[in-house]
Design a protein around this ligand. Structure first.
Ligand SMILES: [Cu+2]
Length: 235
């Protein structure tokens, strides 16, 4: 079931999909039980000639039970997702591929640090809505926002993180299959929200090198030779 999930191309997605399914089945079961009971009670206790309603003033045992059961389920879900949360949100793997993504109404500004690997230097390059990353490599993303709260979403890489004005939030993702994947904004951010999207290009090592050379031709790397030149082949 759940074939409507987008294709997962990340190394950690199976665990996230597992959690998603678990939560989905728990909530779907609760929804079905409540809805079916409601319909049964509608028929069972409908108006009939001469029947009088009875009144109840609550049932303490019942209330304790239906408070404790969801509390235990929520706590169990919290512990079940702890290891995934830590892997994705707490520790970021060491990587040379770093981008800064600044959300604004209504696009993604992508800043590449260039051959020197440092932001806010002369060889930085900024483009709108286009991210190029090498395949099977962790990518660290520094998320910012210029105006309101947006949410940077990579459905195929099972990554979603809010971009909050005044803060820089770090995260990481990895694509294990070359392709072109959508980057929608997942937080209603204004009139142009639905059109706010970009594309993530997960490229083979050769294609990525080629793209990198086109963006930063070797001559410009020499021009900045005061800082050590670093390319992804150093990984
Ligand atoms: Cu947005």
């Amino acid at each position: 079931m759940l074939h409507w999930l987008p294709e997962d191309v990340s190394p950690y997605g199976a665990g996230i999909d597992g959690l998603f399914r678990l939560i989905y089945y728990i909530t779907a079961t609760a929804f079905l039980v409540v809805t079916i009971l409601m319909l049964v009670f509608l028929v069972l206790y409908r108006y009939r000639e001469g029947r009088r309603a009875t009144y109840t003033h609550g049932n303490t045992t019942l209330e304790i039970v239906w408070t404790i059961i969801p509390a235990v389920v929520f706590m169990w879900l919290g512990f079940a997702s702890k290891s995934k949360w830590e892997m994705l949100k707490v520790s970021i793997p060491a990587t040379d591929t770093v981008i800064r993504v600044t959300a604004k109404q209504f696009n993604w500004e992508i800043l590449y640090p260039g051959p020197d690997g440092q932001f806010d230097t002369a060889d930085d390059k900024q483009v709108d809505n286009e991210i190029h990353v090498p395949v099977s490599t962790p990518v660290r993303v520094m998320l910012r926002s210029k105006d309101v709260i947006h949410s940077f979403f990579l459905p195929n890489l099972r990554f979603k993180q809010d971009a909050v004005p005044g803060r820089e939030i770090q995260g990481w993702f990895q694509g294990n299959k070359p392709g072109r994947y959508e980057i929608p904004c997942a937080e209603l951010c204004g009139f142009g929200h639905s059109g706010m999207k970009g594309w993530l290009h997960v490229q083979s090592a050769e294609e990525y090198q080629q793209w990198f050379k086109e963006q930063w031709p070797p001559t410009s790397a020499i021009a900045h030779a005061d800082t050590p030149v670093r390319t992804t082949s150093d990984e």
